[in-house]
Design a protein around this ligand. Structure first.
Ligand code: SF4
Length: 272
């Protein structure tokens, strides 16, 4: 039923899936679909990601006035709510009005904190450095490297301290300090790709926690690079047919592969 991939291409999204659960990489590579559920929190995250793209303009105009920045972000959000179905027609097809309204209400509730954090960062780091760190020189550029056998798309590239560096937009929770381990691997993989294209060392990248208006700079260490390369090799192995051990994961009960994943090996061999 499914043909075995010969020389599997690896993308950064495979690495993220691996970090979520190695077995998911196996199922997706065999043609099963992830079917991420479109619910209120997914739409809310999409809205907040889009809203973050307006931060540079808003900060440029209102970096000294919390009330005005707050109002500007509210106006931007209202426009994004209209635009979102046009930006993602396939993904949002059939999503009910009630889901959009609830997602908008939740996203709107985050705006005061976003505005306060943006202003605090402008005060701490200065307006120009903040604008440099937020303003894209390229949005969603496609990066690939034959040598790494890897491809990926950062949310944006920004020009900071004379270097083009990748940024990822993360709408989930934000750690008290630094970035989540999976976000570190995500940006490290993008740094490796960008270095392969530019031939220059890129010592850092950014993670924007868009639900909070927080920007975190990540120094990319050799250990991060090593981990990315190790995960690439493991993903390659999985994509050529190796099924990783099943570990009881936190999210197994919500996983749409659960039924296949818990089948006996003899039954599984009928599927694959
Ligand atoms: S059921 Fe659990 S172990 Fe299996 S693929 Fe899903 S998350 Fe991974």
């Amino acid at each position: 039923m499914f043909t075995e991939p010969h020389n599997p291409e690896i993308s950064v999204s495979d690495l993220l899936l691996y970090l979520n659960c190695p077995r998911k990489v196996y199922f997706v590579s065999r043609g099963f679909e992830l079917f991420p559920e479109i619910n209120v929190s997914r739409v809310e995250r999409m809205l907040l990601k889009e809203l973050s793209l307006t931060y540079p303009e808003s900060v440029k105009k209102y970096s000294l006035n919390a009330d005005n920045l707050h109002k500007e972000l509210e106006i931007d959000l209202a426009q994004i709510c209209i635009d979102l179905p046009l930006l993602f027609p396939g993904e949002l097809e059939g999503v009910g009005k009630d889901i959009f309204e609830e997602a908008e209400t939740r996203a709107r509730a985050k705006i005061p904190e976003i505005a306060n954090n943006l202003l605090r960062a402008v005060e701490e780091y200065g307006k120009e450095p903040m604008l440099a760190a937020l303003t894209p020189v390229k949005t969603e550029p496609f990066l690939s490297s034959e040598k790494l056998n890897l491809k990926g798309v950062p949310s944006k590239l920004v020009c900071f301290e004379g270097l083009h560096v990748p940024t990822i937009l993360k709408p989930g929770n934000c750690p008290d300090q630094g970035v989540w381990a999976s976000d570190r691997i995500h940006v490290a993989a993008l740094v490796l790709l960008l270095e392969a294209e530019s031939g220059k060392e890129i010592p850092f990248a950014f993670v924007e926690y868009v639900s909070f208006g927080l920007l975190r700079r990540v120094i990319i260490r050799s250990s991060d690079r090593r981990e990315v390369l190790q995960i690439c090799r493991r993903v390659e192995k999985i994509k050529t047919g190796f099924m990783p051990e099943r570990k009881e994961e936190k999210f197994c009960n919500e996983c749409n592969f659960l039924e296949h994943c818990t089948s006996s090996p003899s039954l599984m061999s009928k599927f694959f």
